[in-house]
Design a protein around this ligand. Structure first.
Ligand SMILES: C[C@H](O)[C@H](O)[C@H]1CNC2=NC(N)=NC(=O)C2=N1
Length: 97
C-alpha cells in the first residue's frame, strides 16, 4: 500500500474531525463512561486489527483510550490508516450511543 502525499492526507483528515496529525501518524482519544467500557472498546479494536492485519498503537488511561495509526511498511500514512480510523469511529459510536 502506497504512502499518501500531504495533500491527500489533509483531504482525508478533514473527513475525520476527531483525528489529529502528528508527523507520520494520526491519533485520536476516545472517552468512555467506565474502565470496563474502555476495555471492551480496546478488545474490539484488537479484533479489527487482527482481521485487517493492521495494528495500531493503543494506550489505556483509566476511561480514556488513545489510538495511533501509521503504516510501518510504508514509513508513513496509507489508506489502511484512514480506513481503520473510520472503522474505529463507527465502533465507538455504536458502543457509546
Ligand atoms: C507481517 C505483517 O503482515 C505486517 O508486519 C503487518 C502487520 N501489521 C501492521 N500494522 C501496521 N500498523 N502497519 C504495518 O505495516 C503492519 N504490517
Amino acid at each position: 500500500m502506497e504512502r499518501l502525499n500531504d495533500e491527500v492526507i489533509r483531504q482525508k483528515l478533514s473527513k475525520l474531525p476527531e483525528w489529529n496529525l502528528e508527523e507520520k501518524l494520526i491519533h485520536r482519544r476516545y472517552r468512555f463512561a467506565s474502565f470496563p467500557a474502555a476495555i471492551a472498546f480496546v478488545n474490539r479494536v484488537a479484533e479489527i486489527a487482527e482481521e485487517k492485519n493492521h495494528h495500531p498503537f493503543i494506550s489505556i488511561d483509566y476511561k480514556m483510550v488513545t489510538v495511533r495509526l501509521t503504516s510501518w511498511h510504508a514509513g508513513g500514512l496509507t489508506d489502511l490508516d484512514f480506513n481503520e480510523a473510520a472503522y474505529f469511529d463507527t465502533v465507538y459510536a455504536e458502543m457509546t450511543d
